[in-house]
Design a binder for this molecule. Structure first.
Ligand code: GSH
Length: 207
């Protein structure tokens, strides 16, 4: 079968997650740097979002589906536990992160008003995440899973914004979790060279 291709912009937190998944499992892949809404992305994602991936006859969009495929299709350490309860716990956290934690707006652009309005909820979210990683140092169960892979790029970008950086610093267990896992070779090897445009835009507004 031909090489796995990960297609997207390196700075996207969603693209980054798929690359961390590959690195954790030792899966070789070709990275194709591509912006959203380009023809090669639109050919796979119905709404033109990144990442998308190809592997032989398999074409996939949505980071969660791509990460699941990487985990199931290749050898290497399991990123989702085999037992039903463990697997469901990973799925639970993926769902919570993607529905409550990512600060995107519908069109992917930063919405300052929405961010201001979200700040009180963000405090609760940080408290929830802090409590979740406290016992084992992982989000789901006692191993590094797709849930951690999904959260780390988001925490990285939250750590760049003053308000969320202050909240992260106060969430001691989450801060320690973030610092420890940021040192993983899979995270460091795939570190994005530049910030996504939407976060640069946010920083410019709050500076
Ligand atoms: N649910 C999607 C979200 C992907 C996403 O929002 N990607 C952003 C880049 S970080 C994008 O393509 N934005 C362009 C747009 O929303 O039109 C996933 O997990 O892959």
């Amino acid at each position: 079968m031909s090489d796995l291709q990960i297609i997207g912009a390196p700075a996207s937190n969603f693209v980054w997650a798929t690359r961390i998944a590959c690195a954790e499992k030792g899966v070789p892949y070709t990275f194709v740097p591509t912006l959203p809404h380009t023809p090669e992305v639109r050919a796979i994602h119905p709404f033109g979002k990144i990442p998308v991936a190809r592997h032989g006859a398999v074409a996939l969009c949505e980071s969660r589906a791509i990460c699941l495929y990487i985990d199931r299709a290749f050898p290497g350490p399991a990123l989702v536990p085999a037992d039903p309860a463990g697997a469901a716990l990973v799925e639970q956290w993926l769902s919570l992160i993607n529905t409550h934690i990512d600060p995107d707006t519908a069109d992917g652009s930063p919405d300052r008003k929405a961010i201001e309005a979200a700040l009180p909820d963000m405090r609760t979210q940080f408290a929830v995440l802090d409590a979740a990683v406290r016992a084992t140092g992982y989000l789901a169960g006692n191993s590094f899973t797709l849930a951690d892979i999904d959260l780390l790029p988001t925490l990285f970008y939250m750590n760049k914004m003053p308000e969320s950086r202050a909240m992260l610093a106060q969430a001691k267990h989450l801060q320690a979790y973030f610092e420890r896992h940021s040192e993983r070779p899979s995270v460091k090897q795939t570190f994005p060279e530049s910030m996504p445009e939407r976060f640069v835009h946010v920083l410019a507004q709050v500076a």
